[in-house]
Design a protein around this ligand. Structure first.
Ligand SMILES: [Zn+2]
Length: 161
């Protein structure tokens, strides 16, 4: 049985649906009843898989993982990567949540600054957790992801308070 990464939860009632969550928020999401454990796996209700729509206060920036989120980048669905090593393929569904800084960079179309910021933050984060992950691999992944994001991006709007 494949052990899925801690940042993925199953979407209840679907066979292969997964949602990404921020590991640091697991306890908070559990306490709120938004996610729950059944057997070895964590589940989320289909509606809440788009936490930005149902519980924006729990949303994490889809670019840099910061909280709180103050912007919504409207985006069409796209495939992030293909299935591999027993992991399901990942899709980007619906809009992306953005913190204030990333949202401003997107609003100003500062694509290079956004990329630099996300690469810096992700490199620190991943290398702390998985020492030995090459910085270059992290950069390449984020570059590809953001290229796809920009192709499917529509416009950015402020989250309503
Ligand atoms: Zn951000």
């Amino acid at each position: 049985m494949t052990k899925f990464p801690e940042w993925m939860v199953r979407i209840a009632g679907t066979k292969e649906g997964y949602a990404g969550i921020e590991p640091a928020l697991v306890e908070q999401l559990r306490a709120s009843g938004i996610i729950w454990q059944d057997g070895d796996e964590l589940y989320i209700k289909p509606d809440d898989a788009y936490v930005l729509n149902t519980h924006p206060e729990h949303a994490v920036c889809d670019f840099c993982n910061a909280t709180p989120c103050t912007w919504r980048a409207r985006c069409t669905d796209f495939q992030i990567d293909a299935a591999r090593n027993g992991l399901p393929s990942q899709e980007s569904l619906s809009d992306w949540a953005c913190c204030e800084t990333c949202g401003q960079l997107i609003a100003n179309d500062e694509r290079h600054k956004l990329l630099q910021r996300c690469v810096r933050i992700a490199t620190e984060r991943f290398q702390k957790k998985y020492p030995g992950v090459p910085a270059r691999a992290i950069r390449t992944n984020i570059e590809l992801l953001q290229q796809k994001f920009w192709r499917h991006y529509q416009r950015i709007v402020r989250l309503a308070n």
